[in-house]
Design a protein around this ligand. Structure first.
Ligand SMILES: Cc1cc2nc3c(=O)[nH]c(=O)nc-3n(C[C@H](O)[C@H](O)[C@H](O)COP(=O)(O)OP(=O)(O)OC[C@H]3O[C@@H](n4cnc5c(N)ncnc54)[C@H](O)[C@@H]3O)c2cc1C
Length: 323
């Protein structure tokens, strides 16, 4: 066991975790960031990010996350590139374990993000960022006047399909059932859109590419007849849901039905005083780097204020207390 008790441990090294680290480090809280093996988070599997302010020419996802990490490091954040395996928030200081090593902290910020569900095809994995996407808001503009496929049958698939018609010339929604999980209003809206075509009950058999390793189409299989068909497309948007990385916390922290952590309105505080949560681990609505980063800064400010209050001088936090 490590004897030191940290002011703050941040779990997760995506936009939320690194921003929390930057703010915490600049408030002299000497944060330890346990960033996970997948440090950098979801943006490590994308190419161009064009909607993050401050990069007028756009930036590669991994390059941006390197910038985030270096900026947090510059002010003294320490990093551990490993996965947290257990947490104990039942007593203070909190305990955070990485295998046999245990770390203790007065406060913890959880920023473990979420993962977009994947189809599980090798061709999908190898074409991520080369035509395969999991975020229409992020990537639709790259498909101006192109044909794209959306996979899924829920509200987010309909939302992505409708949004994509602002750019793409044709959107084909591929869904494995004839019935849709999407709400009737979203389904009606998608069905009323002339640029959207539906193919059911089909599953994606393979994402097709050329020698230049860019998507050129999708081979789909009819679930009843096994018949194969090819849909020409330059983009594939997989919209079959997200899973928050919250397994470690579910028995200790309030969460919703889908497993997203629940924080108090207008704050990053969880139901355990001193434990805060930020980014996609709480957010199933916006899911953007900028919103995750914004929540990361909130979590560090909340932790700083909370620690100051524990030490008996709530007004001493560097940031002014909110009313
Ligand atoms: C392909 C793709 C493209 C995208 N493009 C854009 C875009 O162009 N613009 C945009 O704004 N958004 C984009 N997004 C969304 C954006 O990436 C997310 O909203 C953002 O990364 C969320 O940040 P986060 O810090 O909450 O979590 P994440 O980025 O998910 O990071 C989570 C971190 O937690 C760590 N972690 C998880 N479990 C553990 C554990 N047990 N122990 C320690 N660490 C752990 C992981 O290693 C990772 O470092 C895209 C997403 C995807 C999937």
């Amino acid at each position: 066991m490590t004897e030191d008790v940290r002011d703050v441990i941040i779990i997760g090294g995506g936009p939320a975790g690194y921003t929390a680290a930057l703010y915490a480090a600049r408030a002299n809280l000497n944060p330890l960031v346990i960033e996970g093996f997948a440090w950098g988070g979801q943006l490590m599997i994308t190419s161009d990010v064009e909607n993050y302010p401050g990069y007028p020419e756009g930036v590669l996802g991994p390059e941006m996350m390197n910038d985030f990490r270096r900026q947090a490091e510059r002010f003294g954040s320490e990093f551990l590139t490993d996965d947290v395996t257990e947490v104990d928030f039942s007593e203070h200081p909190f305990r955070v374990s990485v295998g046999d090593d245990e770390y203790r902290a007065k406060s913890v910020i959880i920023a473990t993000g979420a993962n977009a569900r994947q189809l599980g095809l090798e061709s999908e994995r190898s074409l991520q960022g080369r035509g395969v996407s999991y975020c229409a808001v992020c990537d639709a503009a790259f498909f101006r006047e192109r044909e794209v496929v959306v996979v899924g049958g829920g509200d987010s698939a309909m939302e992505e399909a409708i949004f994509l018609t602002k750019f793409a010339s044709k959107v084909t929604v591929v869904h494995r059932r004839d019935e849709f999980r999407a709400s009737p209003i979203m389904l009606d809206r998608a069905r009323a859109n002339d640029a959207i075509e539906f193919m059911t009950p089909y599953v994606v058999d393979e994402v097709l590419d050329t020698d230049e390793a860019r998507v050129t189409g999708v081979r789909v299989r009819h679930l009843e007849t096994d018949e194969l068909e090819t849909i020409p497309a330059q983009g594939v948007f997989v919209a079959i849901g997200h899973d928050p990385n919250t397994e470690l916390f579910l028995d200790q922290l309030d969460h919703d039905e889908a497993g997203y952590l629940v924080t108090q309105p207008g704050s990053t505080a969880t139901n355990v005083p001193g434990v805060f949560a930020a980014g996609d681990v709480v957010d199933h609505v916006y899911r953007q780097a900028i919103t995750a980063a914004g929540m990361g800064s909130m979590a560090a400010l909340d932790a700083e204020r909370w620690l100051a209050a524990q030490h008996g001088h709530p007004d001493a936090a560097l940031a002014a207390p909110r009313t």
